[in-house]
Each structure stands twice: as C-alpha cells, then as structure tokens.
Design a protein around this ligand. Structure first.
Ligand code: UPG
Length: 477
C-alpha cells in the first residue's frame, strides 16, 4: 500500500521537537495510511534532544533525514540566527523533498507540517503544490493573542511600545482584559518586531494550525476562533493535545532512580518540585531567596537547579558540581535539608510529576510543563521567566483558576531590570499555597487532569479534531 507522505520540519529545541515528533507518532498510530519523514535541522542541539531522537523507533512510517549543516553569520538574537539558517536550508529542503517524491516506494506527498517558528517553509511547500499545516507548541489563547496583535500592527500600524502604554488589552481568546505585562516578549520587544511579523504572518498564510492543547481546557479560547469577529477568516485550528513526552528524558538514569526512590518514602502530595524548563536559570541572589523560602516553609522539595550561561552564550544552562552548589546556596543549606529535599540538575520531570508524593510545582509555565502538570494533576505556582510564559501564567491563574501565583510577570528590561528579585517571603507564600491539600485550585486541577486523559479517547474533543486533521490530510492526495 502506498502511503500519504507528510514532511515534518520541527524547531530543533527540545521543548518544540519532542511535542512535534510525538504528534508524528500520534498521527501514524491514528492512521496507518500515513508516512512521515522528519527533516532535522542542526541548531545547538542538546544532549537531551539527541537522546530523545535516538530513542525513537525508525520504521516504514516514520523516518528521519539530517539536513546538511549550513553556515550563517552570528547575531546576538538567536532567533534571528535561526531565521537566517532556515532561509539557507530552503535548497536542502527542496532537494530532500524532491528525492522523497521521486523514490519509487513512496506514496504521494500530502502536506508539510512545520513548527510555528518555521512558517517560512510554506514557500517550499507551495513549490510542490501541497498545503502547509503549522504546529503551534503553546496555548490556543496565546495563538489568538499573536494573531490579534499581528492584525493590530498590520492594519493599524500599532507599535509594540504603544501596546505597553496601555495597561490592559482586550484579546479575543481571553475572557478577561489582559495586562500589557502579560504579553509575550516577542510581541512587545522592538528587537523581535520583524521576526514576529514574519512568523505570525506565516501562521495566517497556512492551511491549518495544529495546537498542543485541548478544548476541555481552553474552551473559551477555542470557541473564540469560530465566534469572535476579530478572528474571522483565519486558518482552521486543530487542538489535538495534550501531546506529552511519554518516556522519562533524564540523561542521568542513576540520579533519576535515586530521586524516585526518595519520593517513594515521602507522604502523598507533600513535596514541592521546582523546575524552570530547558533554559530557565537564576543568578546567585535569586537562588538564595529560593533556598530561604524553602527552609522557611519547611516543605519537602525537589529542586532542579542549573547554572546560568554567560551572557551571549546560546546554550541550555549547565549543571553545578557538588562543590559549586554549596557555594551558590546559603551556607549549610544542603546539610540542613538532608532528608527533607534534593537539589538536582536535569530533572526526570514527568516521573516526578507522576509520583503521588509530588504535591505542587513551582514552574516557569512553559507550555509543555503546564500540560504535564495538568495531566498528572499537580497544581502549579507560577513563576514565568521569558517567552510567552507570563501569558500562560495569566491564563492559568486568572482565566482558568488552575494555578496559584508567585509571579505573573517576569524579569524584563522595562520592569525591574537586572536586579529584579523575587523575595523569599513571596516564594514561601507560593509554596504554602500550592501545597494546600484542601485548596480549590488542587480540586480543579484534579478534575482537569481527568479531562486531559479522556480527551484523546473516542468521546473526547482532541480525538475528534485528530480525525478531522487526518481527513484533511487524506483529501490532499
Ligand atoms: O530538568 C528538566 C527540564 C525540563 N524538562 C522537560 O523539558 C520540557 C520543557 O518544556 P517547557 O515547559 O515548554 O519549557 P521550555 O523548555 O522553556 O519551552 C519553550 O517552548 C515552550 C513551547 O513552545 C514554551 O511554552 C516556553 O515558553 C519556551 O521557553 C518539558 O517536557 C519538561 O518535562 C525535563 O524533563 N527536565
């Protein structure tokens, strides 16, 4: 049987790549008439990313092509480097797809599925006369916000600084007015302006947007796509999530086992987990405030603490050695907290969240972490750091009431500047609140956890959207 061929182009960062490839697996499991070829772009790939790719089963339905490396000039904005890299990769993509469709054994090309940061590849898909579906790795609410701001800029020539002057904005995918400090950094920064217009313009030119979310979670935002005049005429959305990483991704299996064994000995819902995504890290002053907060709260904890990279270095935070750790933490912290908690490097996050001892999650609100915490029914205390995390924090705390607040905004130039510090008392309040066993938020998160597990079953909304998506793809051949 000749299969309908899809070309996937993920963004190479772990938090985008994993969910994109899990989407690929989901589609293949859903319909065996699909064949997916993933074009991999080399761009500061981390060890975790490589380990994940190597763990994937290569089959007749799912295979990978490493695109040749391309040189692009350096730039202080990593996203601008990536944009230049994408442009340079277009001939390679063209060649790889030509080879693919000329290969005798393969079926007809049906569509490109590209990451939200790779929308420029729509141009190449058009050369092959096939549609492009975009994979949006954050929320439906955030997608609507991006599209709305793009329209404001394009039609009314609104400048990012004008947006910041307004204290609140009406956004179609939010029921509440959104404070301007909750806008994603790509929307408010001058540095990002042209890239934002390019990527978001690409979303509008696409033939559909697949979103890693689900209607039961973001019902207001999802419905606004069909009912709000401000979003009329845009590509159809397919919320088919939550798409999670099923296997633990820890590179240090021994340390992971040790943490899980330690969690096994703790009472149910008693441990607070601190983790700030693939790139989150803090300077030493902030690390000390977290440590004071932990000690003052008396809570059991697991803390993924990593070293910030020097300015201008484009790589994920590195791990502290044991001796460096005792220098960065308050004197005697590790001794005093032996038995009460663990300070670790890269965390086996999904295993920790899945463990019954974990009662709360202090998180930067990256969208994957958000979905994982909801899936495993662990409430979040919000501490956004960059990107669209403050938008996610606002949605979680104010719109959905599924998280408690430590902070809603983040450390940006126009706010506190480099000395912006979250104090220990504020963090301690967040820890106590997120561990509250009788809290309303915990109850709501548990209910949403049930819904997140059912949505990909036959009666669920994500199951239905996935069916629509497969129908669309099969209709292209
Ligand atoms: O020690 C760690 C740290 C992270 N993770 C995993 O790494 C992923 C992190 O993803 P996410 O929570 O989305 O955070 P970021 O890595 O910061 O993701 C980027 O991409 C996301 C999806 O677009 C955005 O929502 C974020 O703001 C952006 O920073 C999750 O699956 C975690 O389980 C671990 O397993 N162990």
């Amino acid at each position: 049987m000749k299969k309908a061929q899809l070309v996937f182009i993920p963004f190479p960062g772990l938090s985008h790549l994993v969910s994109t490839l899990e989407l690929a697996k989901l589609l293949i499991n859903c319909d065996n008439r699909l064949r997916i070829t993933v074009l991999l772009i080399e761009f500061s790939r981390s060890k975790e990313t490589d380990a994940y790719i190597q763990s994937l089963p290569i089959s007749d339905s799912l295979n990978f092509i490493d695109l040749p490396e391309c040189f692009v000039p350096p730039n202080t904005n990593p996203r601008a480097v990536f944009d230049a890299l994408l442009e340079a990769q277009k001939p390679n993509v063209r060649q790889a797809v030509s080879d693919l469709i000329n290969g005798e054994q393969h079926g007809p090309l049906a569509a490109f599925v590209v990451d939200m940061f790779c929308t420029t590849m729509i141009d190449v898909a058009k050369e092959f006369s096939v549609p492009t579906l975009i994979f949006f790795t954050s929320s439906v609410a955030c997608l609507g916000l991006n599209l709305h701001i793009h329209t404001l800029r394009e039609q009314d020539n609104v400048d990012p600084t004008q947006l910041l002057q307004q204290t609140e904005l009406a956004i179609p995918t939010f029921a509440n007015l959104v404070p301007s400090y909750s806008l994603p950094s790509s929307v408010i920064s001058k540095e990002w302006e042209s890239l934002f217009m390019k990527y978001t313009g690409g979303l509008k030119k696409s033939d559909g947007i697949i979103v890693n979310s689900f209607e039961e979670l973001e019902s207001y935002a999802v419905h606004s796509f069909s009912s709000h005049p401000g979003l009329a005429g845009l590509p159809i959305i397919y919320p088919v999530g939550p798409i999670l990483t099923p296997e633990p991704k820890s590179k240090n299996v021994v340390e992971s086992d040790d943490i899980i064994k330690w969690l096994d000995e703790q009472p149910p819902s008693s441990v607070v987990f601190f983790c700030f995504g693939t790139s989150g890290s803090f300077d030493e002053d902030q690390v000390k405030e977290i440590a004071y907060a932990i000690e003052n709260s008396g809570a059991r904890f697991v803390w993924s603490l990593r070293k910030p990279q020097p300015k201008g270095v484009m790589a994920a935070p590195s791990e502290y050695s044991r001796s460096d750790l005792s220098l960065v933490l308050p004197e005697g912290f590790l001794d005093r907290t032996t038995g009460i908690g663990r300070v670790i490097g890269w965390a086996p996050q999904t295993q920790i969240l899945a463990h019954p001892a974990t009662g709360g999650f202090v998180s930067h609100c990256g969208w994957n972490s958000t979905l994982e915490s909801i899936y495993f029914g662990v409430p979040i205390a919000t501490w956004p750091i960059y990107a669209e995390q403050q938008t996610n924090a606002f949605e979680l705390v104010v719109e959905l009431k599924l998280a408690v607040e430590i902070a809603l905004d983040y450390k940006v130039e126009f706010k506190g500047g480099p000395n912006y510090l979250l104090t220990a008392d504020k963090i301690e309040r967040g820890i106590r609140s997120v561990l509250d066993k009788d809290g309303e938020v915990r109850k709501k998160v548990k209910q949403m956890s049930e819904k997140s597990r059912k949505t990909l079953e036959e009666s669920g909304s994500s199951y239905a959207y996935l069916g629509l998506l497969v129908d669309y793809i099969m209709n292209q051949i």
